[in-house]
Design a protein around this ligand. Structure first.
Ligand SMILES: *Cc1c(COP(=O)(O)O)cnc(C)c1O
Length: 473
């Protein structure tokens, strides 16, 4: 491609992107394509000869958008949001154009130093004490895996990486039954095994039972197993389950165990001081993950991993063959030694743009709106006599189900709610996902798209109620 062509196509791509974001609300939120539709539209083999950018771009415009679920649609209320605020998208474009691989300080000092600054901005913004340092991992799954590897190495006196786990005492990690599946997966990958993730029951407010945690730790010790750490849940994925951070961290401290707090979604809301009760006691944690790529507005792959003792993390994750050594620079950080990946994107740039372009106050206002509007919708649905709120809002997440008067058969209610959610998502005006809660099929509602307005909540209410009243008929 000639230099002028590069400029031309970047401008085309910018124009398309701006138009897309201006009109995203005109598309069905969830892609409506049948499986295999996109596969059929793509050439079965790679081309030997170059295609023109015109052809490629035309194919993109025709084939790809219908196969996308529009996460930046203001009526996306499924899963958790995955925001990409416009100012941060601009930063991503710049980082991609620069195309740096930011594994070491010397492979791009700006990327490393900006990352240190942005992690510290987020630390201040969320009210964490100064002793927390951190890194931007790609995802919470990676951060949690790093935390579990750190627990493993601390428990094994840093012998695990060298010797493997054969002949070592089985290590135990504790988490509530309501934690995210990324914790289970981290146990698999860390070689500790699913059976050594001890799931602790929760109380009526869905928080881990502290007494049961104590009992399980004591029992494990008696049986010759080796407790290594505790995962603390703040804003779980299904219904927002949240542990008592202070109480659980205190137990872990008494037992000499490492704590990792999973606040992947809810952590962004901690920029608002009034929500910080949710993780009261957070200063006691050893490690915390929160994803600015969910609610805050940074595009995908921006997960903040705070650690109180970077030394333990770096001793677990750093490997230094000769070709990765940096000579003559003392006290520098090489972030590839803080995580799994060697090669790393320039992740901090999008945070720098995001936080400056909206200001903390602009970001807080969005989150407050999402929380308040979600609460309003929960209140309105609660007033309808054929809906019930199943779990009360935790920040902007609640769950509900359709429960027509006189229908008290649980299997029939499950079927009706599954039919309702399918109908709603096929209509495409809003997008919701379901979960199983206490054996019931229920519908989750999460507000959080960056540009949503109160009117989008009103539309959600209309869509839910209208679809329900034509369900089963
Ligand atoms: C989304 C989520 C995760 C996983 O996050 P990724 O960044 O997609 O790996 C983990 N824990 C909780 C509570 C989450 O909400």
């Amino acid at each position: 491609m000639k230099p002028n062509d590069f400029r031309y196509w970047l401008e085309k791509a910018s124009a398309w992107s701006a138009e897309y974001r201006d009109t995203v609300q005109t598309h069905p939120v969830r892609s409506q394509l049948a499986p295999g539709t996109i596969t059929k539209a793509i050439d079965q083999s790679p081309p030997e000869d170059a295609h023109s950018m015109e052809t490629i771009f035309d194919d993109f415009k025709e084939i790809i958008p219908p196969g996308m679920t529009h996460w930046q649609h203001p009526r996306f209320f499924a899963y958790f949001p995955s925001n990409a605020a416009p100012a941060a998208v601009v930063a991503e474009l710049l980082a991609t154009a620069i195309g740096a691989q930011c594994m070491l300080w010397q492979t791009s000092p700006a990327a490393t130093e900006l990352e240190v600054c942005m992690v510290d901005w987020l630390r201040q913004a969320t009210g964490l004490p100064e002793e927390f340092k951190g890194v931007l991992q790609d995802t919470a799954s990676s951060a949690t895996l790093c935390a579990i590897l750190t627990m493993r190495e601390l428990a094994l006196d840093f012998q695990g990486n060298q010797k493997g786990l054969f002949g070592m005492p089985p290590l135990r990690v504790y988490a509530s039954t309501r934690t995210h599946s990324s914790i289970d997966k981290a146990m698999w990958v860390a070689g500790l095994g699913q059976d050594n993730l001890v799931k602790i029951g929760t109380d009526e407010s869905y928080a881990m039972k502290p007494d049961e945690l104590r009992e399980m730790i004591a029992r494990d010790r008696k049986n010759g197993l080796k407790p290594a750490g505790v995962i603390v849940c703040v804003g779980g994925t299904s219904i927002g389950a949240t542990d008592n951070v202070r109480e659980i961290c205190n137990i872990a401290k008494e037992e000499g165990l490492y704590t990792h707090v999973d606040a992947a979604w809810a952590g962004s809301a901690m920029i608002c001081p009034e929500y910080r009760d949710l993780w009261e006691g957070i200063e006691l944690a050893d490690s915390i993950v929160l994803n600015p790529h969910k609610w805050l507005g940074a595009p995908m792959e921006c997960s903040t991993h705070f650690v109180k003792d970077p030394e333990a993390l770096v001793r677990t994750m750093a490997i230094q063959p000769e070709y990765l050594k940096t000579y003559g620079q003392d006290g520098i950080i090489n972030f590839s030694e803080w995580g799994l990946q060697l090669g790393r994107r320039f992740r901090a740039l999008k945070l720098w743009f995001l936080i400056r372009a909206y200001g903390l106050e602009g970001l807080r206002q969005r989150i407050r709106n999402h929380v308040n509007w979600s609460q309003e919708l929960a209140d309105k649905l609660a007033e309808e006599n054929d809906f019930e709120i199943i779990t009360a809002p935790v920040l902007s997440l609640f769950s509900f189900r359709y429960h027509p008067i006189g229908c008290n058969d649980e299997a029939e209610l499950d079927r009706l709610n599954l039919e309702l959610i399918t109908r709603i998502n096929d209509e495409g005006n809003i997008y919701l996902t379901q979960t199983i809660h206490d054996g019931k099929m229920v519908i989750r509602f999460v507000a959080g798209q960056f540009d949503m307005q109160r009117s989008d909540i009103e539309e959600a209410y209309q869509s839910i109620v209208c679809s329900a009243r034509t369900t089963g008929s």
